[in-house]
Design a protein around this ligand. Sequence first.
Ligand code: NAP
Length: 329
Amino acid sequence: MNLNKRKLGSQGLEVSSIGLGCMPMSQSYGPADERESIATLHGAIELGCNFFDTAENYGPFTNEELLGKAFKGRRDQVVIATKFGSIIENNKIVGFSSRPEHIRKAVEGCLRRLGTEYIDLLYQHRVDPNVPIEEVAGTVGDLVKEGKVKFFGLSEAGTANIRRAHAIHPVSALQSEYSLWERNLEPDVIPVLRELGIGLVTFSPLGRGFLTGDINRAEEYPESDTRHSDPRYQGKNFDANVKAARIVHDIAAIKHVKPGQIALAWLLQKGNDIVPIPGTKHLKHLEENVAAEAIMLDIPQMEALDNALSTGMVSGKRYPDWIMATIDR
Ligand SMILES: NC(=O)c1ccc[n+]([C@@H]2O[C@H](COP(=O)([O-])OP(=O)(O)OC[C@H]3O[C@@H](n4cnc5c(N)ncnc54)[C@H](OP(=O)(O)O)[C@@H]3O)[C@@H](O)[C@H]2O)c1
C-alpha cells in the first residue's frame, strides 16, 4: 500500500495524504508502550505515511525524543512537523511565549530532541496575544534562511493573523481542528486558506476517537485522559452525540468498513488541500486509518454526513473553556 501525496501550500511541501498524529504516544489518551509506538512509527513509513506530527509540549519533550529515536538513520524518509510556543519549566507547561528569543531557544531544543539538523514544518502552536504575528513570521523566516526550518505553519490561528503572518513569510499550512463533527473552520477560515493557497492539516480528525465508535463515557476514563474532561464525552452530550454519529456507523456498514474510516474518507474528499493526521499509538489502527484513502463516498453519502453532524447537531464544546480561551477567533 502506498498513500498518495498532497501539497501543503505553494512553497513545495508535499506529504502523504494521511499523516500520523504522534501525541497519543506520549499523552492524552491513556498509557503508551514505547516499543509499540516505535513499531507504529516504522510501520507508517512502510505504509507510505511519511508525515509525522509532534510538538515540544507533547510529553512535554518526550514525544520529540521518541521520534528522534525512531527515525535515526531514516531522516530522509520522513517529513517532521513540530510546534513551539509553550513555556516549559520542570517538565510542566507554565505558560505561552512566541517572543523571538523564545522561538529560537525552543527550536534548538526541538532539533536536539529530534536528532535532526532541520525541521520540515514548524508551527506556532497557538497565537501569542502579546507578540505581533509579524515578529513570529519574521523569526521563522530567519530560521528558514538559516536552513533550520523548511516550511512555516500556524495552529488554530484566526483569519486576521493568518493574513498578517502570510504577508511576512509564506504560511504553508494551518493546523486546526476540523472533522465531521467540528466545522468551525468552514465559514471563514477555509475560504481564506484557499484564497491564499495555504494547506489545511486537520487535527483530531476522528473527534478524539469518538467517531471510531470505540469509546466509553467520560467518567470511565481516568482524570489523566483528556476524554475524562471532554465536554462531548460527558453525560447527556455523550448520549446525544452517539445518536448524531449513528449515520457514520450506518454508512460504514453499507460500505463494509469501519466508522473511523468514513470520518477520514469524508475529510479527504472535502478537498485535496486537506491532510488529516489521525492520532494513534497502535499499528493496527494506523493500518485501518491509512486504508481510508481508498474509500469513495458518493454525493448523497457526503451530503448525509455533512447534514447529520453539522454545527448545532453536535452537543458540547470541542474543548473545556480553559483550552477554548487559547483559540484565536
Ligand atoms: N495543534 C493542536 O493544537 C493539536 C491539538 C490536538 C491534537 N493535535 C495533533 O493531531 C493529532 C490527532 O488528534 P488527536 O490524536 O487528538 O485525535 P484523533 O486523531 O481524532 O483521535 C485519537 C484517538 O482515536 C483513537 N484511534 C485512532 N485510530 C483509531 C482506530 N482506527 N480505531 C479506534 N480508535 C482509534 C486513538 O487511540 P489509539 O491510540 O488506541 O489508536 C486516540 O484515542 C494528535 O495526535 C496531535 O499530533 C494537535
